[in-house]
Design a protein around this ligand. Sequence first.
Ligand code: FAD
Ligand code: UDP
Length: 374
Amino acid sequence: MKFCVVGAGFSGAVIARHLAERGHEVVVVDERSHVGGNCHTERDAETGVMVHRYGPHIFHTGEERVWLYIQRFGTFRPYTNRVKAVAGGRVYSLPVNLLTINQFFGRDMGPREARAFIEEKADHSIVDPLCFETQALRMIGPELYKAFFRGYTRKQWGINPTELPASILKRLPLRFDYDDNYFSHPFQGMPEHGYSAIIRHILDGKGIEIKLNCSFESLSEKFHHVFYTGPIDRYFKFRTGRLAYRTLDFERFVDDGDYQGTAVINYCDEDVPYTRIAEHKYFAPWEKDAFSRTVCFREYSRLAGKRDIPYYPVRMLGDQSLLNRYIDMAREEKSVSFIGRLGTYRYLDMDVTIKEALDACDIIDRTLQSSELS
Ligand code: FAD
Ligand code: UDP
């Protein structure tokens, strides 16, 4: 059978590989000039540093199946994401941990004392926090919320934290020890040769034809089934309206040697227009000293216009109706499956993307087997 996979990011690559391994013909189309989707990495022409073109990507997962799968296609080096945050002109450690709490409040508390101290600040009148703000006030109290989260979140999402779901904040841990690892997952790392090399490897199989600089809309071939990882509203030609996305503008600059001494510094104050600065050579600590110059990107977030790259789906609280209309339309589209971050309009990390694509492969196997039997 002949299948089409729209999008050469992780979602598309995993599905395409699976179909090809089952002996099918697969055409992968991507309108970009490269594979990798938003995880694309490439060497910076001026400095030689491996850059994450669409923003910093750190691989982390709790799913052993995903960790074993990804390592079939490339070597991962140990990498721990240790983020710094500037608030009120001072540098702190993120996610909020014992060092952050002690530095911020000028104390020298131990874990138990700090836990009780933050519990005291937390708003216990909030029982079941639904929005970002109430979740923050319940979890860390007003001072830490205002310093680290309110301004940054307004810059990142362009709306008040009262309009955002609590789930966005729940991505971040709160720790009462000095563990400053941004993630809590047992498996973490950075691909030695970048993400695009891994995705090229996944797609490097008999039966896969890759068409780059090619939009799905421009194809005239017919397929048994299409796996669509592009924006769901775009597939339906925005028939009932556009789903909102945040896009990012990256301001690139080069410096001699070191610029900020670490990979990521978040800027939490609202009067600083960017959200963070990433210095990409720090994402590859095993080779960082090989470069005489360093390349950094200031990151600015804004509402995506028609021609902008869709980065973050803005899933505002109480605003599901447009999405639900597209989900209903997608259910009617029997020869197309919608997957991935854009296909399902969800805020998905790479590991979840891969897991969902692997789960989809299990469903594909069951469906193909039952159609062969009947
Ligand atoms: P994508 O990577 O977006 O791929 C979709 C592809 O489809 C694109 O290449 C696009 O060009 C193509 N396409 C779309 N429509 C069409 C069409 N009609 N015709 C042809 N081609 C089309 N995850 C982590 O785990 N760790 C991180 O640190 C992390 N950091 C992130 C930072 C940022 C700034 C962002 C935005 C995301 C981050 N993520 C991170 C999430 C990660 O980027 C996603 O999980 C991943 O990219 C999803 O893969 P995907 O294949 O579903 O979608
Ligand atoms: N966030 C914040 N201040 C920070 C870091 C994160 O307010 O210094 C908020 C912000 O709303 C962000 C959310 O927490 O969208 C989740 O953070 P994460 O680092 O997971 O965001 P991402 O890497 O996906 O941009």
